[in-house]
Design a binder for this molecule. Structure first.
Ligand SMILES: [Zn+2]
Ligand SMILES: [Zn+2]
Length: 413
């Protein structure tokens, strides 16, 4: 039986199970993130091996580190293992240099592209794990399972030692483009402890699929001949795919700003990006200099608004920080009646930059329409996962219940 003082749903040890008090036990401790969406910090130990799972940042605390964050950064670990690149899970990883930090290879490439755009280099102690390939940290074996989430290359993490198993879900959903059934089939069916995210617990939120979102987007695009703009997170690669596919179905070209194009390029594979896809173009949101100019040259033949000037219908992805570009665009083109699709979490509307973006785009005459589905599991899918892995003990983290709070996001340039 895995022991933990924090567990609200701990089950008693099976009567037949005999515990050797002197043998090391695989244990966990939720350092932060129990009653809050995000900011995860979890410790997993066995004997002398100690792993920190996630190194999330409390972004509502500003740039200052909290006492808990300083404590964790100063503490000695054999490794940090991170499920995905969202700031509430990985926001502090670049401040921890005294041990290896493991993250998925695709997620590492995305973090590298983000740093490159900011003129920084990713620290060398950030290394990668591979889907389904176990690796050892001291006496603990770790296996990562690729799952679906609103961040590219996200994983569930399995920790095994001394005959016990702890499965941590990270952030996940079963209604994304990846096949949820296949993921369930790969997971062990007898874990001792399940540490599961609970973002949508109590929300009663309908979680329609990413494919359904693509269909609804295509219907919207078909309904007008006006320009279409989409406000979404640049690092939500699956959402980018949905809007690209919808645009393609409607014969529209697709525009990404330089930063989004760089993240799509880092994701690689079949992700729509201007250097590979004929119908994907890039726009410089602001004058670029130095290294960023070099980055833009990588997309040389696909840059600018010449196609738009020729009247080619388009769908353009936007971020709040490209508002200046949109306002300039509106000086040359009448945008009244153009569509702005809001495709982010509703809580992001409270961010100052999003508020300003929406106010000013409304003033330009854009008509707003919300089209979004959650990057997190529905309550029903959480129940399916719990039943499938047969956990003796279930612990919920990353949940707003009982005290609702905002989900922090990595600050974008
Ligand atoms: Zn999260
Ligand atoms: Zn996340």
């Amino acid at each position: 039986m895995v022991k933990n003082a924090f567990s609200s749903e701990a089950q008693p040890a099976h009567p037949a199970e005999r515990i050797d008090d002197h043998a090391p036990q695989l244990t966990y401790s939720i350092l932060r993130g129990r009653n809050k969406i995000g900011e995860n910090l979890i410790e997993i130990s066995y004997g002398k091996t100690r792993i920190l799972v996630e190194l999330g940042k409390a972004l509502d605390g500003g740039e200052e580190l909290s006492e808990r964050e300083r404590e964790v950064l100063a503490k000695s670990y054999d490794a940090v293992v991170v499920s995905h690149y969202h700031a509430d899970h990985a926001g502090l990883i670049e401040q921890k240099r005294d041990c290896p930090i493991y993250i998925g290879e695709g997620a590492r490439r995305i973090l590298g592209a983000m740093d490159d755009y900011r003129g920084k280099a990713l620290p060398q102690n950030i290394v990668s794990y591979k889907d389904g390939k176990p690796f050892c940290v001291g006496e603990i074996t770790v296996t990562a399972f690729l799952c679906d989430h609103s961040a590219f290359d996200s994983y569930m993490l399995l920790f095994e030692a001394g005959g016990k198993r702890i499965l941590y879900t990270g952030d996940f959903r079963l209604h994304g483009r990846k096949n949820g059934e296949k993921l369930l089939a790969r997971l062990p069916q007898c874990v001792d402890t399940l540490i599961a995210e609970g973002t949508n617990i109590g929300s009663g939120k309908p979680c329609f699929s990413e494919r359904e979102l693509e269909n609804r987007a295509a219907e919207l695009i078909k309904s007008t001949k006006k320009p279409i703009f989409v406000l979404q997170s640049a690092s939500n690669i699956d959402r980018l795919v949905s809007f690209y596919r919808a645009a393609k179905r409607c014969g529209r070209i697709f525009y990404e700003d330089v930063y989004t194009a760089l993240l799509a390029q880092a994701a690689g594979g079949k992700i729509p990006r201007p250097d590979v896809f004929r119908d994907v173009y890039v726009f410089p949101a602001r004058p670029v200099r130095g290294r960023r100019k070099e980055m833009l040259f990588a997309f040389e033949q696909k840059c600018g608004s010449a196609k738009i000037a020729k009247g080619a219908p388009f769908v353009m992805l936007l971020r709040p920080s490209v508002l200046g570009y949109l306002k300039k665009f509106a000086e040359e083109t009448d945008l009244s009646g153009a569509l702005l699709i809001y495709s982010m979490w509703k809580g992001d509307r409270e961010r100052d930059d999003v508020k300003q973006f929406l106010t000013e785009t409304h003033a330009l005459g854009l008509k707003e329409y919300t089209l979004h589905t959650s990057g997190h599991a529905s309550e029903e899918d959480l129940a399916r996962l719990k039943a499938h892995v047969g956990a003796a003990e279930c612990v919920t983290v990353h949940t707003a219940a009982p005290a609702p709070c905002a989900r922090p996001k990595r600050a974008l340039p």
